[in-house]
Design a protein around this ligand. Structure first.
Ligand code: ZN
Length: 310
């Protein structure tokens, strides 16, 4: 019997079983590996519980943004205990950013220079109030001088920056001008490109090669996910225009859960399952990109804590 390799060489039933086993392994790898590129820590959250929820949900890695008096140091502490699981981020949901303090941006740079942080966010620009989370309205204009400085830091250190900015007429053009100032910045536009229309999202992704979008809070069980230009319908079917956009830019979308407050981690497993069902509607070669490869590639852009002279 002539045979090209071990699997095809193995006769009949045994070969079939081996092939099925190999395919199952590939399938299991897709199913079990997910990189949650956007969730949060907060005061009152037992961070070890985050790891337990990740284990239950089959999430390998998470980016944690401190908010609501959660601290970057706590996230670093969790990273020290679980270095392969937790990506330490410099948090922006604090008075330093929200009150546009120049000193805060200096502190951000100090943290990036320390070489201990690998992501930044969630930086809020236009943000609708979320009563159920007691989160107020914010309207920090995209032409904020401090945003320009943070974008420059992202470019200089090769550290991704997750931005929450609702795409709205007017503001979206100001956002475009800000991105044009720093085309090397690694921007992740949270919530499927700021819940833009798929047409606007397409124009932005076409113009900015370093722009990515995450899928955080898209689950149909969350009001936020249904409110504006939803990614999926009530039955979790990926909307055709978004599917077409992901297929046109398969390297630019990141899986993300967006667990915001401690109670959200009760739903973490269900939300991850929903996200997997959405990603499963894409061709096999695209699923792994969204589930983890794109986020890993972004992490790989890191230039270290001392990327040369300013
Ligand atoms: Zn957000």
């Amino acid at each position: 019997m002539h045979c090209a390799d071990a699997v095809t060489c193995t006769p009949g039933l045994v070969g079939g079983i081996l092939l099925v086993a190999a395919l199952a392994a590939v399938h299991a790898a897709e199913d079990s590996w997910m990189f949650d590129a956007h969730s949060h820590s907060a005061r009152g959250l037992d961070l070890e519980r985050v790891i337990a929820r990740m284990d239950a949900a089959g999430v390998g890695k998470i980016v944690l943004f401190a908010r609501r008096q959660g601290t970057d140091e706590e996230v670093l502490g969790l990273h020290a205990k679980h270095p392969g699981r937790v990506v330490p981020a410099v948090g922006f949901q604090n008075p330093g950013w929200l009150q546009q303090s120049a000193r805060f941006v200096d502190e951000v740079e100090g943290k990036l220079a320390s070489g201990r942080f690998r992501w930044m966010g969630e930086l809020l620009l236009r943000h609708y109030g979320v009563p159920e989370l007691r989160a107020p309205d914010y309207d920090i204009p995209p032409d904020s001088e401090l945003l320009g400085k943070v974008l420059a830091l992202s470019a200089r250190y090769g550290v991704p920056l997750t931005i929450h900015h609702e795409a709205e007429p007017g503001d979206i053009e100001a956002f475009r001008r800000a991105l044009r100032q720093a085309p090397q910045a690694l921007v992740v536009w949270a919530h499927w490109c700021g819940r833009a229309t798929p047409e606007d999202a397409r124009r932005f992704l076409g113009e900015f090669a370093n722009l990515h979008c995450d899928l955080g809070a898209s689950h149909p069980g969350r009001r936020y996910g249904r409110e504006k230009n939803p990614l999926v319908d009530e039955a979790e079917r990926l909307q055709p225009a978004w599917r077409a956009l992901i297929m046109a830019f398969p390297d630019r979308f990141l899986a993300a859960v967006d667990a915001v407050d401690p109670a959200h981690y009760d739903h973490y497993e269900a939300w991850v399952k929903g996200l997997r069902r959405v990603i499963a509607q894409l061709p096999p070669e695209v699923r792994g990109k969204l589930a983890f490869e794109n986020a890993e590639r972004l992490l790989g852009k890191w230039k270290g804590g001392s990327p040369g002279a300013k």
